[in-house]
Design a protein around this ligand. Structure first.
Ligand SMILES: [Zn+2]
Length: 433
């Protein structure tokens, strides 16, 4: 009995030591941090279900198969508050809690360096890639330290001083984007904004790519996608002898959560999956050296997705596929129709057609009529789509729900189980040490 006990203890210690040894060895050379803005657990679940139903052979959302999984809390410095993207990005990038609105700084106005700068210090290349404005809150927290996310001009200038290797996103936001561009150019960056040149990107030193990316549901055949930015980024990064750090944000999932637009939200999550496919191809070539971490900065819309007894998969897919435009584009159309002084019946007819809604109940018809003069008409339609998808929205804002974090590759075990968003940066700092 004693001998058996000894053996058990010996084995336990040996296993621990081996794990420790591997953990020490397991320092990634290539790090991808992928963030779905506004991507909560339910946004993933709905997109995952849609993908499984429409492309059963596709193998599902790539990051759902990653071996390491956990839930991550997202609150800002005040634990009773709900985070915005600036405080969440600061936590994920720098490992510190701050007040909503602040970029790379704590509430006492102390600036904090991000994991991207830590990677740069090690001689690694750095890329910041997003489907929204390149100086928007989430990407900004990786290269900028500012009191407010609204300081777009100043944040743009911080691109110039970052010395990071590659930036790609929608055009610079703010009142004076050209001032930012001038500073970025004089810091030695090439600015690329031509579609062909982005698709056929040839690395040419420090680069800023600026180009609009439409919502997936609005995209035309020749629209640029986040995947195009990703491919260009990899061309710029892969020659780095000391490895690289690459932050990729799918930034518009959040906006479709604010709009309570489920069909467009699913499209944006699928877009992140397409981008992940490009990253995962790289991983497959360098599995022992590549770490991929996927997370959300917060959930948006207080969305629930219920597989109740009356969830109808066919109705769900038809509702998602039926919607022809994002709610953002439709808001523009609606304004136009009103300017044209179309009749209320015609406006309702066009809305229903744009959302692909045909099976309208008398109650829904009454709601449409009641709201025909308002922007809320679109919300009524979106809720009709949501109802057919088994989705309920409970807010137009962010929620305090935890988000899902998944990871694969060397160092991924650090991200397992229950974590806080600051742990993501803390773990990456550890791996860069
Ligand atoms: Zn938001």
């Amino acid at each position: 009995m004693k001998r058996r006990k000894f053996l058990q203890v010996f084995l336990a210690v040996a296993t621990l030591l081996t794990a420790q040894l591997f953990a020490q060895d397991a320092k990634p050379k290539y790090i991808f941090l992928m963030i779905g803005d506004g991507m909560g657990v339910t946004q993933i679940a709905a997109a995952s279900k849609y993908l499984d139903l429409t492309q059963p052979d596709a193998g599902g959302l790539l990051w759902e198969k990653f071996p390491v999984k956990g839930l991550t809390t997202t609150h800002p410095a005040a634990t009773d508050k709900i985070t915005d993207s600036a405080a969440a990005a600061t936590a994920i990038a720098c490992g510190v809690k701050t007040k909503n609105g602040m970029i790379g700084m704590t509430a006492d106005n102390t600036a904090h360096r991000s994991v991207a700068y830590a990677a740069k210090d090690k001689g690694m290349k750095v890329a910041i890639i997003t489907s929204v404005g390149i100086n928007h809150a989430t990407p900004a927290a990786f290269y900028s330290t500012r009191m407010s996310r609204g300081m777009y001009n100043e944040i743009g200038l911080d691109i110039a001083s970052s010395a990071f290797d590659f930036f790609a996103g929608e055009p610079l936001l703010g009142k004076k984007p050209d001032e930012g561009r001038a500073a970025i150019k004089s810091a030695g960056y090439t600015i690329v904004n031509d579609r062909e040149k982005i698709i056929n990107y040839q690395p040419q030193g420090k680069t800023l790519i600026e180009h609009p990316i439409p919502y997936r549901v609005d995209a035309k055949e020749d629209s640029l996608r986040l995947t195009d930015f990703m491919r260009a980024g990899l061309k710029s990064l892969s020659d780095s002898e000391k490895g690289f750090f690459c932050m990729v944000e799918a930034g518009k999932i959040d906006w479709m959560g604010h709009a309570n637009d489920i069909a467009s939200s699913i499209g944006e999550v699928l877009d992140l999956n397409d981008t992940m496919a490009v990253v995962y191809d790289f991983y497959k070539k360098h599995p022992r050296e590549t770490l991929i971490v996927v997370t959300g900065d917060h959930e948006t819309g207080g969305m629930s997705f219920n597989f109740t007894a009356n969830f109808d998969p066919k109705r769900f897919v038809a509702a998602v596929d039926g919607q022809k435009y994002s709610s953002t584009v439709l808001a523009g159309h609606l304004k136009g129709w009103r300017k044209e002084k179309l009749s209320n019946d015609e406006i309702i007819k066009r809305c229903l057609d744009a959302f692909g809604l045909s099976d309208v109940t008398p109650e829904e018809q009454a709601k449409l009529k009641k709201n025909v003069g308002e922007r809320a008409l679109l919300t009524v339609c979106q809720n009709m789509v949501a109802q057919r998808c088994g989705v309920t929205w409970t807010s137009f804002n962010h929620s305090s729900a935890s988000v899902k974090t998944t990871a694969i590759g060397p160092g991924s075990e650090l991200f397992a189980g229950d974590t806080d968003n600051t742990d993501i940066a803390k773990n990456i700092f550890k791996l860069l040490n």
